[in-house]
Ligand binder design. Structure first.
Ligand code: BGC
Length: 794
């Protein structure tokens, strides 16, 4: 044992003089303008007065057509159920004709003519499929995210849908969790900026526009922090971490006007999220002023029985009373609430309040005035939408490594000048896998693969070999899970190639005939990422690592394109492959976007929204760690990892650092950061607290493109609060800007700082700012070194 020193985290009492302003600095509820409208609420009250209890509960019930849980429970057909006014919303009914069918029944045959809200998982586009959300986060481009949401909304609305189960704004710090693909990654600042962009794109600050859709923000709360990365597992953390990290993007979404939320499957600090009055009512409604509605995730209410908080009537009551307004798929609100209202166990006011929240959104969407969809089939691959998908995908690609090769210089951008290219790998020509998880309305036949795009570009100078299957024989257990959902996913794409040894040998021969080899490797994205797709190992699946090693052994220069929408463990590749591009699941324009980048038509600008590990044992791995009293030298930046340290916070058999850190991403040009300056070196805490959302100082610096081609750099600002009463992370992102610079050009970049950037939660769980010094760094990733500081005085 080393020196027996215990460092206590002491929560200092609030400085007396600051107490008043700390309270004043707490976020005030921001009512949604449309939902707060007097006229709208009058219409809601008029309607509510006329409703029977069953009709009210109908508005709180959402069913997915084609699944047994709805009419199965009530023994009625869909048409009958709708005609009785007992269906508030339907999921998985898509298309003008299909939705209009039920809408006509609801509006014309049901007693009160209340329209249905049709919802769907529109996650990264509807018909036009864009890169998956984690990839979109790698663009660090809120405008691009907004355009993706906008396109999805237009297409969804044309298909009769008015409610999208997106965005998922959970913070994810553990790539074992398959749903990291649906998130914006590990950071609350980036996540919040993108959450706002999603909402703006879907709702346009005006739900009543004919091409706006209601966003359903998910998955509230802290679903992204399952212990050990296993989907649906409990989340357990301090209230400070919950608020400061995990709840921030939901809060941003609510402030941006989101009108519905989806409650999650997990428990949050011991209480299931779907029956949690603290998150659903105290925080969401009372503190944030949310006046939309909360719907459960799929059967999340009946799962409360398995969570062991009561029998079916009890859990339904607990969920409703906690603030969960609508029931997705369980049919429980429709069956077990009414008897409890009649017996007086549940006050009818609780039901009324939930119904109000649902109706408000339906009125705001204009569904009462325009219930039907008049457009025809929406899918036409308009050149504009395809061009947007290609452009956005180009922004999401991250150049992880581009080291010179002896005698050939840097491999990227590719200049082939008559040379032959060998394209190898099970993801080089696989349309389905380019779409990524949750592309529910995406059609693989519209996808351009890398093979197709390269063929267009270099014709017969392209050689191709599949190399091996995505999954091999040993992955029988994985195969069964991938096929679980039935024949539609049991495509040949997932079948093991009968003989990987033979295929690898063929691929090696193909590589030998070429001047350069491009390998497209990863994992099956369609069903091995997303929901219920946690992994304990983060390598390439099947025989792909073996394939990579065999091709590298030929001595041919190798470019690796990784197609996986979670950080994989790329340690061997990072050491032995000179050029690596993280391409995620790029969507329908996958091949074009990657080819644009490989040939330099697009200069890489993507930056990692999540840390890439050296080993799975490092997870959860994220840059914004709290300090330890025994930091390793490596973490202090003093010296490289050495064997001579003991009794410090480190792994004996691996570095602490990420293989590729948060914010990382190279370009075909280089950028120089000048010394940043700050407009005021010293600011009183009182002034920051009183200023609320105004900025009190500005960090500025020159960034120069020192290379020979134009490029876009994501300039990032990080802070460290060095003396807070509650320990703060060693670094936190608090600003970023995409800056495009011509070769040789310099631009001055400014980052405003104010309460929003500088506050933290104190021991009383209140947002505050105290006297301290903030270290501030600006640079192109989370290891940024250009430094300044800000002193906060009393
Ligand atoms: C998922 C949600 C999704 C819902 C409806 C659930 O299994 O957790 O994210 O929106 O299904 O398809």
């Amino acid at each position: 044992m080393g020196k027996n020193v215990f460092t206590r985290l002491v929560a200092f009492p609030l400085l007396a003089g600051l107490a008043w302003s700390t309270a004043a600095a707490q976020s005030k509820p921001v009512p949604n303008r449309q939902l707060a409208s007097k006229e709208l609420n009058l219409r809601v009250e008029n309607l509510l007065r006329k409703m029977t209890l069953d009709e009210k509960l109908g508005q709180l019930s959402q069913y997915s057509a084609g699944f047994a849980a709805g009419p199965g429970v009530l023994n009625l057909s869909w048409d009958e159920l709708v005609a009785r006014g007992q269906v508030g919303a339907m999921a998985n009914v898509v298309g003008a004709e299909e939705t209009n069918h039920y809408q006509h029944i609801a509006v014309e045959k049901s007693r009160l003519h209340i329209p249905i809200m049709f919802g769907l998982d529109v996650i990264h586009g509807h018909r036009t499929i864009f890169p998956v959300p984690l990839a979109l986060a790698a663009s660090w481009d809120p405008k691009a995210v907004e355009l993706v949401a906008r396109t999805g909304a237009v297409e969804a609305r044309a298909d009769g849908l008015s409610w999208v189960f997106s965005p998922l704004v959970d913070i994810a710090r553990d790539p074992r969790w398959g749903r990291i693909v649906e998130t914006e990654g590990e950071d609350p600042y980036l996540g919040s900026a993108l959450a706002r962009a999603w909402i703006k794109g879907y709702q346009q600050d005006d739900l009543s526009k004919p091409d706006s859709v209601a966003a359903n923000v998910k998955t509230y709360a802290a679903y992204g922090a399952p212990i050990a990365g296993r989907d649906y597992n409990a989340a357990d953390m301090s209230e400070i971490t919950l608020r400061q990290v995990y709840l921030e993007p939901y809060r941003a979404a609510v402030e941006a006007g989101a009108v519905s939320m989806m409650s999650s499957f997990n428990t949050v600090n011991g209480i299931p999220a779907s029956a949690n009055p603290f998150t659903l009512t105290q925080i969401l409604r009372k503190e944030w002023g949310f006046d939309g509605f909360v719907a459960s995730d799929w059967e999340a209410i009946s799962e409360l029985v398995t969570h062991s908080i009561g029998d079916a009537p009890t859990v339904a009551r607990k969920a409703l009373e906690a603030g969960l307004d609508a029931d997705m798929e369980d049919g429980l609100y429709a069956t077990v609430i009414a008897p409890q209202v009649r017996s007086g166990k549940i006050p009818v006011s609780v039901v009324n309040e939930a119904v109000r929240r649902v109706l408000r959104v339906k009125f705001a969407l204009g569904l009462f005035d325009h219930p039907y969809t008049t457009s025809g089939p929406s899918y036409d691959a308009t050149p504009e939408r395809r061009a947007l998908a290609r452009k956005v995908a180009g922004e999401t690609l991250v150049l992880l490594k581009n080291e010179p090769v002896e005698g050939a210089g840097k491999l990227l951008p590719l200049s082939i000048n008559g040379k032959t290219v060998a394209l190898i790998g099970p993801l080089a020509d696989n349309q389905l896998e380019m779409l990524g998880a949750w592309a529910v309305s995406g059609d693989p036949k519209y996808v351009v693969t890398l093979r197709t795009a390269l063929q267009e570009r270099i014709g017969e100078r392209l050689l191709y070999a599949e190399g091996c299957g995505l999954l091999s024989g040993q992955d029988e257990n994985i195969l069964k899970q991938v096929r679980f959902l039935g024949p539609q996913v049991a495509l040949n794409d997932h079948e093991p190639v009968p003989d990987d040894d033979k295929s690898i040998a063929e691929a090696v021969e193909t590589a030998k005939k070429a001047d350069v080899a491009i390998l497209a490797l990863g994992e099956p994205t369609n069903w091995m990422e997303g929901e219920a797709a946690s992994r304990a190992h983060l390598g390439f699946t099947g025989s792909q690592e073996r394939l990579l090693e065999a091709v590298v052994a030929t001595g041919k220069p190798v470019i690796l394109v990784v197609l996986s929408a979670r950080p994989l463990q790329l340690k061997w590749a990072a050491k032995h492959v000179p050029a690596i591009v993280e391409a995620w699941s790029p969507g329908m324009e996958a091949g074009h976007a990657v080819t644009d980048l490989l040939f330099g038509d697009v200069n890489p600008s993507g930056k990692l929204p999540a840390s890439f590990p050296r080993a799975v044992g490092q997870e959860p791995l994220y840059y914004a760690q709290l300090p330890t009293g025994r930091p390793a030298h490596e973490d202090l930046g003093r010296m490289p990892r050495t064997g001579e340290e003991k009794f410090v916070s480190r792994y004996m058999d691996e570095d602490n650092s990420a293989l590729f850190p948060f914010g990382w991403g190279l370009s075909y040009t280089t950028f120089k950061y000048a010394q940043p300056t700050i407009s005021r070196a010293e600011v009183p805490a009182r002034e920051i607290l009183a200023s609320r959302r105004k900025h009190i100082a500005t960090v500025g610096l020159d960034v120069t493109n020192t290379g020979s081609v134009a490029g876009t750099e994501v300039v990032q600002l990080y802070i460290r609060n060095t003396a807070a009463s509650v320990e703060q992370p060693v670094r936190e992102l608090k600003g970023f800007a995409r800056v495009t610079l011509a070769a040789g050009e310099t631009k001055h970049v400014e980052f405003p700082l104010g309460f929003d950037e500088l506050n933290f939660y104190n021991a009383n769980v209140q947002r505050t700012v105290e006297p301290t010094t903030y270290k501030i760094w600006v640079g192109g990733n989370s290891l940024a070194t250009a430094e300044t500081s800000l002193k906060v005085v009393e």
